[in-house]
Design a protein around this ligand. Structure first.
Ligand code: 5GP
Ligand code: MN
Ligand code: MN
Length: 480
């Protein structure tokens, strides 16, 4: 579509600065992935993002990038916190959508023969789908406490143990959270969704480790071949969605002058230092806390389900949290730009933080090897655990991909696939047991709607932004 890409070096492509672009844009991809990225509006959206005030370095598209609302999914944009801006569309509607992985000491053998029972028990006990209800019943006061205290609230309520906090980014709480900046409507939506997966792309998956690539790091993470692990993917539900909507509207209204200068209305941004920038940041951080608690409650419920199915305590099955990563988030972080330390809002939308060994923000358990990164593939493909790579700070503001990335729209997926057929095939050909609220969801999320996760991870590893540690494969999957 007329957007020229110049090859900088292997897997690095650049859109040169022109017109009102403040910085160049970069795409990190193999040629095969680049071709897919070029098929939708991703490149145009990436180029548009370079118009954001205060954007620094490059607007960057990860190898799993595809078009999103305004800013591409798989996009990273770092803007100055003093003279830049913050942009809700560059965080995404599902604030702190993310994944966490829990380990077990079970082997694939221990689970084989119990898949049906396990998938049914998980489906019955972990709320999913569009309907209301979460793992816990909550009221507005509970929501307020969750918004300000994050996983610490879950600890006090008996839904977490101390080590769950130390194995979560920021120990499961963003101190900048401002619950008063979250609207009543958003809180009401969150009220009966605390501890629920939601629908569509969100899932809970029991997996087995198939491969280990870096023994020392896998040891530090406690991963080995054949081990059973559990992956949970969900976000802040209606509460985060409503918060994004609320602030997009407010920002469009109040900062129309800035909006008029941007090439796409969906990039609406609040200037750094403005009231709305502060309010949105506080509200977003509160939603981050909500999503962490959401995943924590689901994880703890999974422990209880395993206890029933395997008739042992969760502690005896070593069901410990490996890590929890956010992939829709903007964070104030210090980065070195042209030899100078600057505070930036790092927008990671469909992108995962990937801090290397030694970085002070990597939890102490992993500081020597780098932070764990979790990259889901699909219900019929591998998923990966990576570790933050040495080049991530220089190349991507400490970020890498967040998944395989979508290849086709939901509408197209429903034309190409039939839920029941997909489910039967997964069961017969791949020994994967899927249970979903609706056949349509299975069709929309069929393995064929996603790109090749192996290729995405190959690029991340080759660039040294996120290094391959282990690969997993689905055993049981529940979908909303
Ligand atoms: P998103 O957060 O953008 O919706 O998706 C994250 C990634 O999860 C997708 O890019 C896709 O690769 C992956 N994914 C979607 N459904 C499943 C699933 O059922 N199982 C696994 N392991 N990964 C999935
Ligand atoms: Mn989400
Ligand atoms: Mn997500």
């Amino acid at each position: 579509d007329g957007i020229q890409l110049e090859r900088v070096r292997e897997f690095v492509w650049e859109i040169q600065r022109e017109g009102d672009m403040r910085v160049p844009a970069r795409v990190l991809a193999s040629e095969a992935l680049l071709e897919e990225i070029g098929e939708d509006k991703t490149l145009q959206q990436l180029k548009n993002a370079t118009h954001l005030p205060g954007i620094t370095g490059h607007a960057i598209c990860m190898p799993d990038g595809h078009q999103g609302y305004g800013f591409p999914v798989g996009g990273v944009g770092a803007t100055d916190t003093e003279n830049g801006c913050i942009s809700p569309g560059s965080v995404g509607y599902d604030i702190n959508c993310g994944v966490r992985m829990m380990k077990t000491n079970l082997a694939y053998d221990d689970v084989q023969g119990h898949e049906e029972e396990l998938v049914n028990a998980l489906f019955a006990n972990v709320p999913s789908g569009l309907g209301g209800g979460g793992v816990v019943e909550s009221d507005i006061d509970t929501v307020e406490a969750v918004l300000s205290r994050g996983v610490d609230w879950a600890l006090e309520e008996g839904w977490a143990v101390e080590e769950d906090l130390t194995h979560c980014e920021d120990e499961g709480v963003r101190p900048d959270a401002d619950p008063s900046a979250v609207s009543q409507k958003a809180k009401d939506r969150g009220k009966n969704q605390l501890g629920s997966l939601g629908s569509g792309n969100h899932f809970l998956e029991v997996q087995r480790v198939t491969d280990v690539y870096r023994d020392d790091v896998a040891d530090a993470y406690g991963l080995e071949p054949n081990q059973i692990v559990v992956l949970i993917h969900c976000g802040s539900r209606g509460l985060g969605h409503q918060t994004c909507t609320d602030y997009l509207r407010k920002i469009e209204k109040r900062h129309g002058d800035l909006l008029a200068e941007l090439p796409d209305k969906e990039l609406a941004a609040a200037p750094a230092g403005s009231e709305l920038a502060e309010e949105y940041y506080g509200a977003m951080c509160a939603c981050i806390n909500f999503a962490w608690v959401n995943r924590q409650l689901i994880m703890h419920r999974v422990r209880q389900v395993f206890e029933r199915v395997f008739d042992r305590s969760w502690e005896s099955m070593d069901m410990h949290l490996l890590y929890d990563v956010a992939h829709n988030i903007a964070k104030k972080e210090i980065h070195t730009v042209d030899g100078e330390e600057r505070e930036l809002y790092v927008h990671r939308k469909g992108a995962t933080r990937a801090f290397p060994a030694g970085h002070p923000e990597v939890p102490s358990a992993y500081r020597d090897v780098g932070q764990p990164i979790i990259i889901p593939g699909s219900m019929g493909a591998g998923s990966y655990v990576l570790r933050g790579g040495e080049s991530s700070m220089d190349l991507t503001f400490g970020s890498t991909a967040h998944g395989a990335g979508r290849l086709m729209s939901r509408t197209q997926a429903k034309q190409e696939f039939w839920g029941e057929t997909v489910q039967d095939e997964l069961r017969e050909q791949n020994q994967v047991y899927v249970k979903a609220q609706s056949g349509a969801t299975v069709a929309e999320e069929a393995p064929g709607v996603y790109k090749d996760v192996d290729e995405v991870v190959r690029v991340s590893d080759a660039l040294g932004i996120g290094d391959k540690v282990a690969r997993t494969y689905p055993v049981c999957n529940i979908k909303g």
